[in-house]
Design a protein. Structure first.
Length: 486
């Protein structure tokens, strides 16, 4: 019996878990995938929105502005990459400037600080590659960029360090009320809890509708992205948006905290809640729209494309709160953009709801800080040399594109909620995220995973489940020989 069961280990679920661990509660997080950050949280724009776009008076607007303001402190406490690079909403035609003013007025009413409308001359000075058609822009200095993997993992690891239990590869099949507690039938048996937090992303409507007469409907909204190599670093300095439309904030071009340039997303409503396939038409549309706001986009530097799903609730609003007809069941649903930006505030809000319902006492042993994986590249030369002398694994480079060492990969595997797959290592260390997209480093990373977990190489997967990388040792030996020749 748990006090709280959280369904979903994305950034919202992890933030809820971390904030709830401030109290004397027994908490578990139930996740159908093999790791945290396997859904919407792993494939998004990595943007911390300023908060000027959400409807005035909405919960989305409130939590966006609050979450944005909390991001500096969260990044310091939990040691994940975050930078306030500022954002620009570009107006491409003179006749659209009234819409820019409307967006400015909305941002002021939402409480966004420092907003300014700037003219063509100042805009071109800030962004030399801006389109020649750009007439003006809304500048939001509080906008930022973050590592979505790092943020999600940081919240989850800190929650685990504070006693939260995580159950992976565990799919919730049915939820029912039994007296004064909830029963979760899962693929690995029954879980009982006094309270349930529904943070299941695109599946949140499924669980809501199991327990409530007032139905919820979430549409998976697919967004295609292209990621450019670090050689394109500096192409833009700020996050460059175009004026938003009915499907959201439109295609953006932005730097990332790791030095890449990201372009996306499209917005295509689909039925398949697992439909993260990219399409040629989607990528073509993406690059065409991005090219309207900036000139000379170096599309030959694209190293990968991917798609993510946003959990779009029909009303376009966050659905957070205890259900009137299902007491003890708390929705954290419809968390689409700006969900990542709002996550710190979402976690705080949900924890407050559960605290008030349960009359939970504060946890005197709560640890607010967490330290991320040591990056030898960030150390002064002398300290790095001393580290390698003490532990030679930090001098053994596994991923040449991102210069990731064996020591970092071992740390990623051994730390709380350690990586069990190639994607798990990638999200924690960036090994495999460079130009060759793991073409060189995957065999060595697989060897380290097999050694650390005491498993046969044939059991190592790309992303859990049936995604095994090799069919047998002979096949692996052939692959290693090929890579050695390359």
């Amino acid at each position: 019996m748990y006090d709280v069961a959280i369904i979903g280990a994305g950034v919202s679920g992890a933030a809820c878990a971390r904030e709830l661990s401030r109290y004397r509660l027994r908490i578990c997080v139930v996740e159908k995938e093999e790791d945290v950050c396997c859904g919407t949280s792993k494939a998004n724009s990595a943007i911390v929105h300023a908060g000027f776009d959400a409807a005035c008076g909405s919960l989305m607007a409130k939590l966006n502005v609050e979450g944005n303001a909390m991001m500096d402190g969260a990044a310091r406490e939990l040691d994940f990459p975050f930078r306030r690079n500022g954002s620009l909403v570009v107006c491409l035609r003179e006749e659209e400037q009234p819409a820019l003013q409307t967006l400015y007025d909305k941002g002021v009413r939402n409480g966004v600080k420092g907003l300014r409308i700037i003219g063509r001359e100042e805009l071109a000075a800030m962004e030399p590659n801006i389109s020649e058609q750009a007439a003006a822009a809304l500048y939001a200095p509080t906008g930022g960029i973050v590592c979505p993997f790092g943020m999600n993992i940081a919240y989850a690891e800190n929650a685990a360090e504070n006693g939260v239990e995580f159950q992976f590869d565990t799919e919730v099949i049915k939820i029912s009320k039994k007296g004064d507690f909830w029963s979760l039938k899962t693929s690995k048996g029954e879980i009982e809890a006094r309270y349930v937090v529904n943070a299941a992303g695109v599946y949140a409507d499924k669980f809501h509708n199991m327990v409530s007469r007032k139905k919820l409907h979430i549409t998976p909204r697919r967004g295609d992205y292209c990621l450019l190599d670090r050689s394109a670093e500096g192409f833009v300095n700020h996050t460059v948006f175009q004026l938003p439309n009915a499907f959201g904030k439109g295609v953006l071009v932005t730097p990332t905290v790791h030095g890449n340039t990201l372009v996306g997303p499209t917005a295509i409503d689909i039925e398949d809640k697992e439909g993260t396939n990219t399409t040629q038409a989607g990528i073509d549309e993406l690059l065409r729209k991005a090219g309207a706001a900036v000139r000379g986009l170096p599309i030959r530097q694209v190293i990968t494309s991917f798609a993510g799903l946003r959990a779009h609730e029909d009303g376009g609003e966050f659905c957070i709160g205890e259900l009137e007809d299902a007491r003890g069941f708390v929705d954290c649903a419809g968390i689409e953009s700006p969900g990542l930006s709002s996550a710190p505030a979402i976690g705080k809000m949900v924890a407050g709801i559960i605290r008030d319902l349960s009359h939970a006492e504060e946890n005197p042993h709560f640890k607010a800080t967490r330290k991320g994986i040591l990056d030898p590249k960030a150390l002064p030369r002398g300290q790095r040399a001393a580290l390698i002398k003490e532990n030679p694994a930090y001098g053994n480079i596994i991923c040449r594109c991102e210069m990731i060492s064996e020591g970092e990969i071992i740390d990623a595997i051994r730390r709380p909620l350690g990586a069990r797959s190639l994607d798990g290592v990638k999200r924690r260390t960036r090994a495999g995220m460079g130009r060759c997209q793991s073409g060189f480093c995957s065999p060595r990373t697989m060897e380290i995973l097999a050694r650390e977990w005491g498993e046969d190489l044939s059991e190592i997967t790309k992303s859990g489940g049936a995604s095994r990388m090799i069919a047998g040792r002979n096949k692996y030996i052939e692959m290693r020989k090929t890579y050695a020749e390359i």
